[in-house]
Structures are given as C-alpha cells and as structure tokens.
Design a protein around this ligand. Sequence first.
Ligand code: NAP
Length: 526
Amino acid sequence: MGAPARHSEADFEVAIVGAGFSGLCMAIKLKQAGIDSFVVLEKAEEVGGTWRVNTYPGCACDVQSHLYSYSFDGNPNWSRKFAPWKEIYDYILRCTDEHELRRHIRFGHEVDQAVFDAGPGLWRIRAKNGSTVTAHAFVLGTGPLHVPLSPNVPGLETFQGKVFHSSQWDHDFEFEGKTVASIGTGGSAIQYVPEIAPRVKHLHVFQRTAPWILPKPDREYTKVEKLLFRLSPKLRKLHRGWLYVRNELRVLPIMNPRLARPLEKLAALYIKHCVDDPAIVERLTPDYTIGCKRVLLSNNYYQTFNRPNVELVTDALTEIKENSVVTSDGVERPVDAIILGTGFEADPRNYLDKLTIKGLGGRDLLTRWEHGAEAYLGITVAGFPNMFELVGPNTGLGHNSLLFMIESQVHYIVQCLKLLREKKAKYMNVRTPALRRYNEELEQRLENTVWTSGCKSWYTQEDGKNIAIWPGFSFRYRARTRRVEADHYVWTPHLERTTVQSHGRDAHPHRDQHRRPAFGGVGGAD
Ligand code: NAP
C-alpha cells in the first residue's frame, strides 16, 4: 500500500465497531494490507458476535461450515457439514489469536456516538464508558441481527415463571418436569424445540406463520476426509467451491417464483413424511411461496410433533398471565416457562438506534434513513464520508454464505482506503446519483422475485420495501465490489487553507464550512 494517509490528528487510520465475523475479517484484511493503525471497539468482553451470544441447545449454522468460514483461513477439521455453534465460535477465537488481533481490540467499549469532523476529516467516536477515539475511517461491523425482539403480547411482564430469549439462553434452567411455552417458529426455534422436547413435561409451540423447512443434508466428515483436507488444501478448496456452486443455484427459484413450485411440492411431501397426524400436517404447511421467508433446514423439527408431550398451537397469543398463556380461542395454558424464539430487530434504523451517527453538516444517519435504510453496494452512505458498513442494507443472503458477502465488502473497503491514500484525499463521499441509480437497480431486480409474492417477513419494512436481501447471485455482488468506481465518489483533498469552489452537491448537503475543491477530475457537480 502507498504512503500512510494524512490524518495526523486521528488516533487511528481505521476504527471498527464490533468483533464478530465481519469486524474481525476487516481487521485481518487491514493487517494483510499493511494497515496496522486500527482499533476494534467491542461492547462485550470477548470476540464472536452472534456465535458468542447464541448458545441455545441445537444451535448450528444452516450454511455448510467449509463455506461458512473465511476463504483465506480454511479449517480442514470441521467435524460435520453443518458445524454446531461451539465449533464455529472456537474457529473465530482461533482466527483472532492466529492473526494477533487482540492487541487491537478494546473490549467493554459499546460505541454510542460517532461524529464526522469535516475539518481534519476524521470520525470522533465515543463509547458508553466515556472513552473516545478518532479515526480517519469508520467501519460498522455491528451485524444486523443482535437486538432481541419480544412478542407484543399484553401481560408478558407480569409472568411469574422463567422467561428468556433464544439468544439469552438460561443454561441453568432445569427443563425436566416443566411445562414450557415456546413462541416463534423461525431458524432458532426449529433448532432448540427438538432438543428440549424430550426433556420437558409439556411443550406448547406457538406458531404464527409456518416456515418452509427442507431436510438438512448434514453428516459427519470421516477421518479420511479430514485427513485429505489437511493434506491437500486444494481438495478442501475444491469442496468449498462445490458447496458454493450448489448453494448458488438456490437463487434461481428465489428470483423466479414459478421455479419454486416443484420445490414447494417436495417440501410439502416432506412434512407429510415426517408427521403422523394429517391435521397437524395441514397446520404445519405454509400458505405462501417457498423462499419468501428464509427456507430453514432440519432433520428433526417436524418429527417433534409426533411426541405426545408436544402441542402445536396456531391460535394467536392474546394474553400472558402470572402463570399461564391465553390464546384467541380463550384457552388458557398453565406454563412454568416461556422461551422467546421471536427473532431480532432487522431494520437498521431500529438496531442502530442506540448509536448516534452524524455525518457532514451534523446530519443524523437515522434521519437520512427516514424512509428506509439504503447504502451504495450496502457499504457507503451519501453524506457520511469515510464510513463503511459491513452487512449493510440489501447485502444479506437467503441462499448462500454471508461470509462471501462480508469478504467482498472488506475487499472493497480496503480498495477505498488505498484510493484515499493514492489520491491523498481527506475523505470520500458517495455521490447521491450513484446511490440513487444503485437503488433503482435494486428495486427493479427485486420486482417479481419470491420476496414480493405476498408474505410478511423481516426482510421487508412496513411499506414492503426489501431492505435486507441482495437480489441475485452472490458472485454478481463480488464482481460489483471487486474494484471501486472512483467517479461514483467525491474525493476531498487535504488542503492547508479553505478554498470555496464548486463541489459535488451531495458531498456537502448542508454546506458545511469546510468546503474543499474536489480533485482528480472526480469531484465536480453530479
Ligand atoms: P426469526 O427467523 O425472525 O423468527 C422469529 C419467529 O418468531 C417467527 O416465527 C415469528 O413469526 C415469531 N414471532 C415473532 N413475534 C411473534 C408473536 N408476537 N407471536 C407469535 N410469534 C411471533 O428469528 P430467529 O429464529 O431467531 O432467527 C433469526 C435469523 O437468524 C433468521 O434469519 C434465521 O434464519 C437466522 N438463523 C440462522 C441460523 C443459521 O444456522 N445460520 C440459525 C438460527 C437462526 P412470523 O413468521 O409470523 O413473524
């Protein structure tokens, strides 16, 4: 990489928020690019993000582990195709130590404010504990699904028994002999329900919307396979590539719902195959197109409903009393505990609401996102220079590994940092027209996909706008992020004195006092 950027006033060249899979990937790639001046601010006392937090029984990734790991840090020792959370967590710990990241991480630092100071061109970042840092670039690696959601059922706060969210599992709670209500039937619930069913006296599973669930092609890797993966990284990469291509094909029925029909029929047959009672089969069968909500994988969830101690409840929960739950048909079920498998806040405007981010002219990010979160390539936001998002708007995947997207984003950000150095720029700011064109393209590609086929999911906000998912093949996203189109940005140079000249309108939407001429032929009007 070129000479260090001029940011003499900043403590660090880069500040990263979050030490989960995405923040750590950013940190590793910065080191590999020769940038050692960075800090990772993590609210917890350990790395791992979602894989540190989610420890419920049966917790595992529904993406194959050889793919759900860094491409540059393969692990030949995955015990099975879909590794349990502990193995994934251990993998993250190992990567953290092997890349010597700990000296860069400040634990117990929950960032609550980041303000861009256009004068010196740096971000002033404050943690809840009062400490502050400044950095030339600001990377948000907070992850999208980390604020637990509670069901909006009256009386929950009055319940006298045990209540916990799937992501805050109480491992000391003794399920034996207890009657338990489990609310929600998403990716988390379908993993823990089969695990606790044999332990409890009674389990009432409250389903609001039936998920589509396909068999999980899971198995242990044999000793020979693991040995071969150890001996031949090429073979391991080939295996990874094969998994990637197979997963990628799953995008076809998503982008074209007509192709989803045969898959839907197979999935419906699978329910019949697993569940004895036709009335329960009917209630477990979703009434929307497969893929509209995330397709789940399980080999033991449906069978749970053959157990005499498990009840599927599809009447809406209307009230929670001190020791019972009540449904819309008036039935009251006494329970000792309630498990909330009710998911996470998925709208960035809500999960980032504890973090004030102010860009050029003091503009607030959440105000900028008043009508919905959006970012160019899911990474940069107009008016928020040198700020980069990981797993930002519309970069989630329903069909393949999120780490593929994260690595694409990290590569893009490193290219941006290189360009800032090469151009001796103080900051870069995505042009509004580039962002607008990108959004129009996204909206066009989202039309007629399975997500617009008429279901309600956390992929979309209230007005139906999909804010979560990348519509299409993930390799197309990789191609888009391979190189930075410099003319999609306004580059503001370091200048010793203020020279007011014509500038890209969106670079300074509020006409802040630090206007600088653009340079390199890329900073003109939009
Ligand atoms: P989720 O998929 O959002 O599921 C939440 C569930 O709670 C849904 O069934 C929802 O019903 C239900 N719910 C919410 N409020 C309710 C209420 N008031 N009454 C009744 N039901 C209510 O959350 P999650 O299962 O925690 O999963 C979160 C994300 O992580 C998902 O994308 C999931 O696929 C993913 N995940 C991934 C893995 C993996 O292996 N990679 C593992 C676990 C989870 P509605 O459908 O009607 O809204």
